[in-house]
Design a protein around this ligand. Structure first.
Ligand SMILES: Cc1cc2nc3c(=O)[nH]c(=O)nc-3n(C[C@H](O)[C@H](O)[C@H](O)COP(=O)(O)OP(=O)(O)OC[C@H]3O[C@@H](n4cnc5c(N)ncnc54)[C@H](O)[C@@H]3O)c2cc1C
Length: 392
């Protein structure tokens, strides 16, 4: 793909939430778009995520909210359960895509990825797997991009959407620190209990946990383990250790979180053909890390978006919303400005404060959880969702 004067071309690094939605937003605006994704298979890590109202609103603007709702599980409320196993309140979330559609949706990550990839390809975006960028040089109006297969592109715009450890950010010389916060987050897929029609968050001593439905039959349990943010465990120890950590939570309506996990673990260990990977209880564990790029997010006509520019802790469930909004706002600003440079400056000035607020709020929530000040997290979560409900 080489850009001529009349054609606007973009090369996007990373086929995650930010990269694929930016690709669709740009293709809709008439850009010719290529995406390079380092993973050969295009697989996603983690079981599921929550598409909060701002995510659904941004997906709706790309015509994708209904496909995500069809693949996921629509919800309207977060129920907070205190350390004694009693309800500490319920947050009703604003329905940002209309009174007759849900306020948010839980969805399996592979299902979300499928929806986003299908739409990008349908819009003419070319997606290469097993490919990455090795060098970027601004040459007048265009960026010369060298790729890991030895080929080159000259393109009007480069978008680094390659996640919290962004290589594009490094190639552009943009410095960001990756901060750890003394917390490890665990996730496992389990059966959805019939009462889990919204998000349930459980305050514990000393950890916190939650249950998020992702379909009629499935949900995922998450656990934020305090006091540890380094080291790995052998795969065989993950499910037993997570079950042990969940044992301190009382559960809800007679269903223990640890029992949900053990049930899934034994189903996946069973030799029965029906206990296939559909019911696998594989556990994912990773440290909570955040980053925020203070100052510029771009050099010349290349910029970073999504987690590459601003990665929040999972407590706010807002990272995907910001990533999807980034692509939409980028396409809007590129439509408003003649020069890419002016558009990128306008983009960053429109996005920075909102993204910084979410990252900082997520870090504050981790601190309150670690200090066992659960009562103070509830109003902060509520305020955060209200702030995010404001237009992007
Ligand atoms: C435990 C956990 C739970 C979360 N839960 C939620 C939630 O419920 N709701 C929510 O909104 N957000 C949630 N988030 C945040 C959300 O997952 C991220 O904010 C979102 O995925 C960011 O999207 P992204 O596309 O910027 O980055 P990523 O999703 O990380 O995608 C980056 C892509 O770039 C590719 N890539 C990486 N390096 C290169 C390279 N050098 N070249 C080419 N490609 C490359 C990767 O393979 C990947 O496909 C959670 C995060 C965590 C850690």
């Amino acid at each position: 793909m080489d850009s001529s004067c009349s054609e606007r071309t973009a090369l996007i690094v990373g086929a995650g939430v930010a990269g694929l939605t930016a690709a669709t937003a740009l293709a809709r605006a008439g850009w010719r778009v290529e995406v390079v994704e380092i993973s050969a298979s295009g697989s996603t890590s983690g079981w599921g995520l929550c598409l909060t109202g701002p995510s659904l609103r941004a997906l709706d603007a790309l015509g994708l909210a209904d496909a995500c709702l069809a693949e996921g599980y629509g919800m309207n409320a977060i129920t907070q359960v205190d350390v004694r196993g009693k309800s500490a309140g319920q947050i009703q979330l604003p329905r940002l895509i209309g009174a007759h559609r849900p306020a948010m949706a839980g969805i399996a990550r592979p299902a979300l990825h499928r929806v986003l990839l299908t739409e990008a390809v349908r819009r003419g975006v070319v997606v290469h797997h097993g490919l990455t960028v090795t060098a970027l040089d601004q040459e007048a109006e265009l960026v010369r991009v060298r790729l890991s297969d030895g080929t080159e592109r000259r393109t009007s715009l480069v978008v680094g959407a390659d996640g919290i450890r962004s290589a594009t950010r490094g190639l552009l010389g943009l410095r960001a620190s990756l901060d750890r916060h003394g917390q490890m987050v665990w996730r496992a897929r389990v059966r959805r209990p019939s009462w889990a029609t919204g998000i349930h968050q459980f305050a514990g001593e000393p950890h916190t946990a939650g249950l998020i439905p992702i379909s009629e039959s499935q949900a995922y349990v998450f656990l934020a383990e305090n006091g540890v943010d380094r080291g790995t465990l052998p795969a065989s120890e993950l499910a037993p250790r997570m079950t042990q950590l969940l044992a301190s939570f009382g559960g809800w309506r007679g269903v223990q979180l640890s029992a949900l996990l053990s049930e899934s673990a034994s189903a996946s260990a069973s030799p029965e053909p029906s206990a296939s990977s559909e019911r696998s209880a594989s556990v994912v564990r990773r440290p909570v890390q955040t980053t925020f790029l203070h100052g510029a997010w771009h050099r010349g006509s290349a910029l970073v978006i999504g987690d590459a520019a601003h990665a929040s802790a999972p407590q706010t469930a807002g990272g995907a919303a910001l990533a999807i909004e980034d692509g939409l706002v980028l396409a809007q600003e590129l439509g408003r400005h003649r020069s890419v440079d002016a558009a990128l400056k306008a983009f960053v000035s429109r996005r920075a404060e909102r993204c910084r607020t979410l990252v900082e709020t997520s870090v504050a929530l981790v601190g309150l959880e670690r200090a066992q000040r659960h009562d103070e997290t509830y109003p902060l979560v509520d305020a955060c969702h209200r702030r995010m409900a404001e237009p992007a």
